[in-house]
Design a binder for this molecule. Structure first.
Ligand code: ZN
Length: 212
């Protein structure tokens, strides 16, 4: 029998997840056991012991505070989806902040820049939760496929430098957060949030794009 030629330096296979959302939530629980801020977010989102939001499949990972739905990317592997769900659980835990910001934008009380930066701060705390929990779980995390998400990802470089800080130590003036916020890889994400600001603020928006 012919043996397939051994390939070296091949990344581990991450096969498509075929399990349930409950299976992914069990993974997030494992992450929460080693990441207190994620544990707190999950607790806040489960006032009666049951999650107060729904999960669905879609294209790309998003969190809708109004309909209270988290969307995960169809066709990804278990560790990728766990990463997405840790991020979106954290995002969902900032529902009150998001409502405040949307209301302020709608009333014309804040600028696009302030809106984008504050949203990105909450997202940064989610990225921190991903890095912290995946680091703590390490190769023994057993999240249902060969570990792990991109361990050399660009976001990680900045985030791991804050690992020893408490969440509250990170604010809009935090040096590491500002480095992250200004990094090239975040530009498209910031643009999308900026577009959302214009949709919400309409003509009340500061620096509304001129039409002529
Ligand atoms: Zn994977």
């Amino acid at each position: 029998m012919m043996q397939a030629e051994q390939t070296v330096n091949q990344p581990p296979a991450h096969s498509m997840y075929r399990g349930t959302f409950e299976g992914l939530l069990a993974n997030v629980q494992k992450c929460a056991q080693v990441c207190p801020t994620l544990e707190k977010a999950l607790e806040d989102l489960s006032p009666n012991g049951e999650l107060s939001f729904k999960i669905q499949w879609g294209r790309g990972a998003t969190c809708d505070h109004t309909s209270r739905v988290v969307t995960l990317t169809m066709g990804k592997c278990a560790c990728h989806l766990t990463q997405e769900l840790v991020q979106e659980v954290t995002n969902m835990s900032f529902a009150r902040e998001a409502a405040f910001l949307n209301s302020a934008a709608s009333n014309g009380d804040i600028s696009r820049d302030t809106y984008v930066k504050t949203i990105e701060l909450t997202e940064f705390l989610g990225v921190r939760n991903v890095v912290k929990s995946f680091d703590a779980l390490g190769e023994t995390g057993d999240l249902g496929c060969e570990h792990a998400f991109d361990k050399n990802g660009a976001a990680r470089t900045y985030v791991q430098r804050t690992t020893d800080n408490t969440v509250l130590a990170v604010d809009l003036n935090d040096e590491v957060f500002n480095e992250y916020f200004n990094a090239d890889f975040l530009q498209n994400h910031k643009e999308r949030i900026g577009e959302r600001y214009y949709q919400i603020a309409g003509n009340n928006g500061w620096s509304y794009p001129p039409t002529d």
